[in-house]
Design a protein. Sequence first.
Length: 202
Amino acid sequence: MFTGIVEEVGTLLVREDLSDSAVLRIQAQRVLEDVALGDSIAVNGVCLTVTGVDAGVWSTDVMAETLSRSSLGLVTAGAPVNLERAVTPHTRLGGHLMQGHVDGIGAVLGRIPGEHWEVVRIALPADLARYVVEKGSIAVDGVSLTVSAVSPADIPEPWFEVSLIPTTLRETTLGARAPGEPVNLEVDVIAKYVERLLGSRS
């Protein structure tokens, strides 16, 4: 589990593509302070397992399923990535509970800068729109955010908006995401559980 509070922005140094998977080697500092083999680290919101650590660089294996269902399938060497270690029983829950299981890939539609924040509009797959509500929580590239606006329910290409404060713009990759770029989305898992339970009763 994660909270969506990015601890640092690392750098993907090496991407080694195999026939049915990829090996990523990521440079980091803070998330490696107490890391052990087998630990979980979220990379742009995707829960991955540490398979090796050497001189400030950690390795992880990414299966074909993850590559096809997240933006990690498109990430290239040199790219910055949001990093967060899994929560512990003593972690402050500053964001919201996240699993690190990407529900879909969205795309940045536009950015509206303000004096002290920036509004970012993001397209999302139509089948996820029902889980996204104004003032609800959503993870974008592993960053826990509050939804500030949603598109009307009847449009064929839904979107939502988030308002990014200077800290988020500065300390995560979202400050540099340009229109057209893909982002990983994880909706609030509670909404999916509620839908499943209500569906089983009907």
